[in-house]
Structures are given as structure tokens and as C-alpha cells.
Ligand binder design. Structure first.
Ligand SMILES: *Cc1c(COP(=O)(O)O)cnc(C)c1O
Length: 345
């Protein structure tokens, strides 16, 4: 049985969080005089500290995802969210996490930064989860399983029933990283928060929303988990410019939806065309905004593409990804250029 109290790090349980001026006095009415935070009083639109709870952004997200604002925590990119999760639940030098390579490289880096053992359980050659091997590593000191679905770099989504089995049988936190969910045919796990008290879903505005530059990562979880993470997050982690831009873009879903539709269309077309290119041995099906391909010689093709002015990602050092390159889906014009150059190699 999942017991949140058991898995919170003891020092975090005892922590007296920093209380900011804006935490202690929240009613920002126009006629109040604010002499509490040592800010510069001359009005620029930016002279005040940002809302530490990012109420405007959270209200929009909560409404759109069908959750409550206290199921939401925002970070300076998903990377900050993932780091907060490590620091809330994993004791350095003692605890471990499970990751499922080939996958997003940040989980491993964050484990190393926090001196947490990273137990790697490779996917099956089909790029699906190897439940029997994962299950064997469940232990009281194993605090988190990171599941990236759709997965980067393999581009597929994982079997829902197996994810459910992990959620039901693991006593620690299950993080489902949904950075690519907006390009997927799968349903988001955000709607399942009430059923799984150990579930954390992370999303980002960096991919489908076209806002990688503003750094906004989102964490959805039970109110209890969010309360723990809120205790350790830097008070003003989301700046005013980011909050304003996020509200603007989230209020105009239509534009984002059109772009997603176009990118998914481009992805389908690109997938079919890539299958007929001589140097490409395999095109993996994609549920994301990128395509993984196996080529004859990844290093050679990677440098040839650079010479022609196209930068792609060489993933051939990762397990199960021998000679694999990852192509982000670009604009129609960029994709045509990629195809032309690949065909001429
Ligand atoms: C791109 C990506 C992210 C996004 O990270 P941000 O810090 O929000 O930009 C998260 N997870 C995965 C798997 C990604 O590929």
C-alpha cells in the first residue's frame, strides 16, 4: 500500500519552509501600500515579485485538464519539477530510482546530481516495458519509477495495462512524463489522479505549445504530493514574463491545436517518405513530434547532414538504438529539405 508519509525524506518532513513576503500577505488590492518585500517602489510592471503560487496559470491549466488548482505545481521547466521530486522523496546515498532506457537523459543526470542510485531496466526490443524485470526491483528503498510515455527517443507510448500494473504494485512514486502527450493518440494520465495516490504526471509547454524559451514545466498529482513539493520549491520560481506568456498562449488553444494537427500530419507524411530512402533501414512509428530512424551508419550520416546545414540528434549510443538518428518534425519547408538531402546521400 502506498504511504506518502513513509516515502518523504525525513529532513523534508521536518523542514520549516521559507515564508516569503507574498506568502504572508496575499491580498494584492490596488490601494494597499507594499513596504514588506524590499522591492523598488517605482512601477514598471516588473518591480514586484511574481505570484509564488502562479494562480492565473494554474487556474487555466486546472480548468483545461479537469483537475483542481491544488493538484498543480509549476516549475522552471519540467527539469525543475523532476529535480523537486528527487529531492522530496529520495535520500542521497541510500535510496534508488528505476529508469527505463533508452529514455530521456535527465532522470539519470538528476539521480547522479542527487547521489541516488539509478537502477536501469532496459525496454524490450519492441520498445515496450519489461514488467517482470521492473517488478523484481521494487523495494522499500526504491522510491520512484520514471516512465516517459510517449517515450523519448523511441517515440512510442507504453502499454496502458502495464503502466497500471506498476501504479498498483509499486509502493513508491510513479512519475509519468508526458512531454509529448499532445501529439499522441493516447489519453493523458492526468484524468487518473484520483485513482492512483502515487501518480505524478509531468507535462511541459516546451514542445506542443511552442514555449521552450519561457521554461514552464507542469506537475499534476494528489493535493498531498503537491503540498510536499510546494514546501521545497524556490518561492518565486516562475517569473512574471513566463506567467504572462503562459496565460496568453493557454488562453488561445485554437492556435496550438492547429499547429499540433499540422505537425502530426507532417509526421505521418515524413514517416512514409523516410521508409523509401536508401540509407534508412527502419522508421519507427511515432506518437510524438519526432521520428526515430535506423540508418546504415549513424555517425557518418549525422556529420553529412551537418555539412548540409541540418542538425539532428544522434541517439546511437543508447541501448537498443544502434545507428539511430532522431529527427524533430519541422515546418513543411524544413522537412522537404531534410528529405531532399537524405535522398541524395
Ligand atoms: C523535452 C522533454 C521535456 C521538457 O523539459 P522542459 O524542461 O520542460 O523543457 C521533458 N521530458 C522529456 C521526455 C522531454 O523530451
Amino acid at each position: 500500500m502506498f504511504d506518502l508519509e513513509r516515502i518523504i525524506r525525513p529532513n523534508i518532513k521536518k523542514l520549516q519552509p521559507y515564508s516569503s513576503a507574498r506568502d504572508e500577505f496575499k491580498e494584492l488590492t490596488k490601494d494597499m501600500v507594499f513596504l514588506d518585500a524590499n522591492e523598488n517602489p517605482f512601477e514598471t510592471g516588473f518591480n514586484r515579485y511574481p505570484d509564488p503560487q502562479q494562480t492565473g496559470v494554474k487556474q487555466l491549466l486546472a480548468m483545461q485538464k479537469g483537475v483542481k488548482t491544488d493538484n498543480v505545481l509549476l516549475g522552471n521547466g519540467s527539469d525543475e519539477v523532476l529535480d523537486l521530486i528527487f529531492r522530496a522523496f529520495c535520500q542521497p546515498e541510500k535510496d534508488s530510482v528505476i529508469t527505463l532506457p533508452p529514455t530521456y537523459g535527465m532522470y539519470k543526470v538528476l539521480a547522479a546530481i542527487n547521489t541516488i542510485k539509478n537502477i536501469e531496466i532496459p525496454l524490450k526490443p519492441s520498445f515496450q516495458l519489461d514488467y517482470n524485470s521492473i517488478k523484481k526491483r521494487f523495494a522499500p528503498t526504491t522510491k520512484i519509477v520514471f516512465i516517459c510515455s510517449p517515450n523519448n527517443p523511441t517515440a512510442n507510448s507504453f502499454n496502458v495495462e502495464i503502466i497500471k500494473k506498476i501504479l498498483c504494485n509499486f509502493d513508491g512514486i510513479v512519475v509519468i512524463d508526458e512531454a509529448y502527450i499532445d501529439f499522441s493518440t493516447q489519453k493523458s494520465w492526468v484524468t487518473q489522479l484520483a485513482d492512483f495516490p502515487n501518480l505524478i504526471v509531468t507535462q511541459t509547454l516546451s514542445k506542443a505549445y511552442g514555449l521552450a524559451g519561457i521554461r514552464l514545466g507542469i506537475c499534476y498529482a494528489s493535493k498531498e504530493i503537491i503540498t510536499v513539493l510546494n514546501r521545497i520549491k524556490p518561492p518565486y520560481n516562475i517569473n512574471i514574463l513566463t506567467q504572462q506568456k503562459a496565460v496568453e498562449v493557454l488562453s488561445n488553444q485554437h492556435k496550438t491545436s492547429l499547429e499540433i494537427e499540422q505537425l502530426v500530419n507532417e509526421r505521418q507524411q515524413l514517416t512514409e517518405i523516410l521508409k523509401n530512402i536508401k540509407i534508412i533501414k527502419k522508421v519507427y512509428p511515432s506518437d510524438t513530434n519526432f521520428i526515430l530512424v535506423k540508418v546504415d551508419d549513424a555517425v557518418k550520416r549525422y556529420y553529412q547532414l551537418i555539412k548540409k546545414g541540418i542538425v539532428v540528434r544522434n541517439r546511437s549510443n543508447q541501448i537498443l538504438c544502434d545507428n539511430c538518428l532522431r529527427f524533430t518534425v519541422g515546418t513543411p519547408k524544413e522537412n522537404k529539405k531534410l528529405i531532399k538531402i537524405l535522398s541524395e546521400l
